[in-house]
Design a protein around this ligand. Structure first.
Ligand code: ATP
Ligand code: MG
Length: 278
């Protein structure tokens, strides 16, 4: 702001300018800092890739001869393989996160049938669901629903929502609900398990956030899944929203334009699930 007077207003103007300068400096400092941090995450992740590949190959060799070891060593070989897999998944997630931060995450849209993709994801998780004494119910009213989107990303979103639902379902069935019109498509994953309280609803999409870290540790979650899912959805110009009540389960609604990059015109599934009445 230009100051060319010499009264109280001028003093105010000068203070305002000083404040603006100082805020600008702070912003620049923080921007640089976060750029350094992003760079660090990206570099470290890349550096870890090679040794980790070597570790994985070595562990596979050890694992394949586990029958000739005494039981304690054989158990260690299993733990080793399991944890290296987990490490690799975490590293992949970190690399993806640093791609989002560097704004180099690109959408690779293709035409595909969303119903087939959901069906396949459900089938792939059937066993995990069974181990957790739950099941996933998906009864679409069509077998063909063509959309143009990034298959890898949409599949990753679905898998994470389903895995999360299985983890928290408390042995109750999980329902997938699908709605569509000419412009948009919505997929909702509803579980009736432990649910999510009001404070946690604000945090579920935060990186590394887990409501109960000790519980997730058993299943190997790192708390990156939903933050990546949200960025994947937004990359399509879509939206991912959450509803939850303690003891009444959770409801995640993914809405995507049928042509990636178009704007959403409607919310086809209401966030509060239809089966929930207060
Ligand atoms: N359906 C659900 N019901 C209750 N809590 C949930 C549900 N889905 C997610 N959460 C909570 O949100 C947290 C974050 O989920 P997110 O998918 O980001 O991470 P994660 O599943 O712990 O790890 P990963 O990175 O492997 O996905 C979970 O740890 C859990 O506390
Ligand atoms: Mg998850």
């Amino acid at each position: 702001m230009q100051v060319n007077r010499q009264d109280e207003i001028a003093t105010l103007g000068n203070s305002f300018n000083e404040m603006a300068d100082s805020i600008q400096q702070q912003i620049t400092r923080l921007e640089n800092l976060s750029r350094v941090q992003q760079r660090f995450v990206s570099d470290v992740s890349h550096e870890l890739r090679t040794p980790l590949t070597t570790l994985r190959m070595a562990s596979e060799i050890i694992y394949s001869s586990r029958n000739s070891f005494d039981p304690q060593v054989a158990r260690s070989a299993e733990l080793l393989v399991g944890n290296i897999e987990r490490f690799e998944r975490l590293l992949e997630d970190l690399l993806e996160v640093s791609r989002f931060d560097a704004e180099v995450a690109i959408l690779e849209p293709a035409d595909f049938n969303l119903v087939s993709l959901i069906t396949r994801s459900v089938e792939d998780l059937e066993l995990v669901a069974k181990e957790n004494a739950t099941k996933i119910v998906f009864t679409p009213d069509t077998q063909d629903l063509l959309i143009t989107a990034d298959v890898r990303r949409v599949e990753r979103i679905l898998r994470n929502l389903l895995n999360n639902a299985i983890d928290h379902a408390d042995s109750k069935p999980i329902h997938i609900h699908l709605e569509y019109n000419d412009n948009d498509v919505a997929v909702a994953v509803r579980d009736h398990g432990v649910g999510i309280d009001e404070n946690s609803l604000l945090r579920v999409f935060d990186r590394f956030w887990r409501a109960d870290p000790s519980r997730s540790r058993v299943r190997g979650g790192t708390g990156l899944g939903l933050s990546i899912a949200l960025e994947d959805a937004r990359l399509h110009n879509g939206e991912l929203e959450v509803w939850g009540r303690p003891g009444h389960g959770a409801h995640f609604v993914l809405t995507l334009p049928r042509l990636a990059g178009n704007s959403l015109e409607s919310r086809l599934i209401s966030l509060q699930p239809r089966d929930y009445t207060i």
